[in-house]
Design a protein around this ligand. Sequence first.
Ligand code: GRF
Length: 239
Amino acid sequence: MSSSAERRSPDSGTDGDRPLSLLVLISGRGSNLRSIIDAIARGEVAATIGAVVSDRPDAPGLAHARDAGIPRIVVDRKAYPSRDVFESALRATIDERRPDLLVLAGFMRVLGAGFVRAYEGRMINIHPSLLPAFPGLDTHARALAAGAGEHGASVHYVTPEVDGGPVILHGRVPVRPDDDIDSLAARVLAQEHRIYPLVIRWIAEGRLTSRDGTPYFDGRPLSKPLDYAEIRAGAGAEP
Ligand code: GRF
């Protein structure tokens, strides 16, 4: 697997104009996968999905891959005696396909440090909160219980600390007085479907890179997460 920068280097031996190759990892519903498939199909993201990998054979999201004609691979966690053996099988599956970028889209396994380090800077995740607020599970319930005035989603590079890697982009939503978990989750999910394809687009365009653990956007280190509303207001042309 090569980084975006290497991919685009004239010395790398790769075709700098070829689309970014993705491997998308899922465990469940796959609505983020669907949003990425759709954004690619609309021509907004210069990428191809080489395969969708699920750790669960019954993940409903696999149907989105099937419908789009994308190869589906199941690496069934239950078929392996330990996390280490499972992750070895997952690494073999990934490395055989040599993707440029690993996209975790509702992949519900905590990955070991060895696995994460193998792909650091080339693996991104989406999380349903404005990280560093509310890492982990049940983020919408926790945001409501905390009386948060706003909530949202984060796209971040994956590091060994769960939900702790450098945040690239925040998509904020208001929390309304009459919100329950479902209404808030739906508002956040709609933002997820906008911000995840956008980050992949930036990586495909070479605008976003990761160097030594620091994200760079348009050549400048990101000292704080980008904000989707500000990006939209500033650029106009961004989706
Ligand atoms: C999303 O809320 C995402 O932020 C989290 O898991 C959920 C996956 O949803 N990591 P889907 O499978 O993409 O519909």
